[in-house]
Design a protein around this ligand. Structure first.
Ligand SMILES: NC(=O)c1ccc[n+]([C@@H]2O[C@H](COP(=O)([O-])OP(=O)(O)OC[C@H]3O[C@@H](n4cnc5c(N)ncnc54)[C@H](OP(=O)(O)O)[C@@H]3O)[C@@H](O)[C@H]2O)c1
Length: 314
C-alpha cells in the first residue's frame, strides 16, 4: 500500500503541525521546502524534504510523485494588493493541480483554504483564497479533492493571534472588532487531526468542509475574554476608525521599510466583519472527526509549550 503524502507549507505554522500529525499517524511525509535551511529542519523532524516552490512545476512533480494524497497548505498570508497574493494563492493552486494530474494513479487532493473565501470582496487575501478554490473546481478534472476552510487558527508558533492571547494572559483584553461580532476558532492540532481523518477515509470526497472547535454559535469578544481570563484588569475596545488608520499606516511603513505586512486595511476589513461563524457538522458526519480542544484547553497548551510539537506526539 502507498503511504506517502505530499505536503506543501510544511515549514509554516499550520503545515508543521499537519506534518507531525500525519507522521505520527503512520504516513511518510514529503514536504516542499523553499530553502536548504528549511529542508534541514524538515529532515530533522522526520519529513523528507523536496527543495522547490509553487512557482517551479518540476519541483512539484517530484513532490507529488507516487503519493497517495497531496495536502496543499502553502499560502501567502501577508500582503497589501491582489498581486501580492495571486502568484501563491491562485497560480500556486493551479500549478500543484497540474502536477497531480500528471500522476498515475491520481493522488487525492486537499486544499487548505480559509473561511475568508466566503467573503471575497473583503480583502485581497480573501479574494485570493476564493479564487484558489475556484481554480481547483475548474481544473481538477478527475482529481478527487476536498477543500478545508478553517476560521482563525491558533496554537504554538502562530504569530497572528499570539500577541492577543499573551495580553489576555497578562490581564489585558484587547477587542479588535465589533461587540456584536461572532467568530469561530480552531486549535491547530484539531485542524491537523481533521486532515488525518480525511486521509484515512477511503471515500472520494469532492466537497468543502468548514471546521471549528465546536463552540456553539461562535465566540463573541466577551466569550473570548471570559474563557481566556475571567480576571481581566483592563479591557480596551479599539474603535474601527483607529484600526483602519493602523492598517493603512502599516501599509505605508511596509513600503518605506520594505517588509510584507500582515496587518493591513484588508485585514481590518476582515476583523470588522460581523460573522465568521462556521460549524463542523459536515466534517463530523463525513470524516468521523470531532474537535477535541476547547479554547480553554488550547490556551493551556499554548502557554505550557513553546515547542513546535505538541507533547503527546513526541
Ligand atoms: N493561520 C490561520 O489562522 C489560517 C486560517 C485559515 C487558513 N489559513 C491558511 O493556512 C495556510 C497556512 O497558513 P499558516 O498560518 O501556516 O502560514 P505560514 O506560517 O506563513 O506558512 C506558510 C507556508 O507556505 C509556504 N509558502 C508560501 N509561499 C510559497 C511558495 N511560493 N512556494 C512554496 N511554499 C510557499 C511557506 O514557506 P516558507 O517557510 O519558505 O516561507 C510556509 O511553509 C495558508 O494557505 C493560509 O491561507 C491560515
Amino acid at each position: 500500500m502507498r503511504t506517502t503524502v505530499a505536503l506543501t507549507g510544511a515549514s509554516g505554522f499550520i503545515g508543521g503541525v499537519i506534518a507531525q500529525c500525519l507522521r505520527h499517524g503512520g504516513w511518510h511525509v514529503r514536504g516542499l521546502s523553499r530553502s536548504p535551511r528549511q529542508a534541514q529542519k524538515l529532515e530533522d523532524l522526520g519529513i523528507t524534504p523536496v527543495q522547490g516552490q509553487l512557482e517551479n512545476p518540476a519541483s512539484l512533480l517530484t513532490l507529488v510523485k507516487d503519493s497517495v494524497g497531496v495536502i496543499h497548505c502553502a499560502g501567502a498570508i501577508r500582503g497589501v494588493s491582489p498581486q501580492d497574493f495571486y502568484p501563491t494563492n491562485v497560480m500556486g493552486v493551479s500549478n500543484i493541480i497540474q502536477a497531480c494530474l500528471a500522476q498515475s494513479p491520481l493522488p487525492r487532493f486537499v486544499l487548505l483554504s480559509s473561511l475568508a473565501a466566503r467573503e471575497p470582496s473583503l480583502s485581497p487575501y480573501a479574494w485570493s483564497k476564493y479564487e484558489g478554490e475556484s481554480v481547483l473546481a475548474r481544473e481538477a478534472g478527475s482529481l478527487k479533492w476536498s477543500i478545508f476552510r478553517p476560521p482563525a487558527v491558533y496554537g504554538p508558533q502562530d504569530r497572528a493571534l499570539l500577541p492577543l492571547f499573551t495580553m489576555l494572559r497578562k490581564g489585558i483584553g484587547v477587542q479588535l472588532g465589533p461587540s456584536q461580532a461572532k467568530f469561530s476558532l480552531i486549535h491547530v492540532e484539531d485542524l491537523a487531526n481533521a486532515i488525518l481523518h480525511w486521509l484515512q477515509n477511503g471515500d472520494p470526497l469532492s466537497q468543502t468542509f468548514e471546521i471549528d472547535d465546536g463552540f456553539p454559535g461562535g465566540y463573541s469578544w466577551e466569550d473570548v475574554f471570559r474563557l481566556s481570563n475571567p480576571h481581566l484588569r483592563l479591557r480596551l475596545r479599539i474603535p474601527p476608525s483607529l484600526l483602519q488608520i493602523a492598517g493603512k499606516s502599516n501599509e505605508i511603513f511596509s513600503r518605506i521599510f520594505g517588509y510584507t505586512p500582515l496587518f493591513t486595511s484588508g485585514k481590518v476589513a476582515e476583523l470588522l466583519h460581523p460573522n465568521w461563524v462556521c460549524n463542523s457538522s459536515r466534517a463530523t458526519q463525513k470524516l468521523g472527526w470531532r474537535p477535541q480542544i476547547s479554547l480553554k484547553e488550547g490556551l493551556r497548551r499554548l502557554f505550557t509549550s513553546d515547542r513546535l510539537m505538541p507533547s503527546h506526539w513526541e
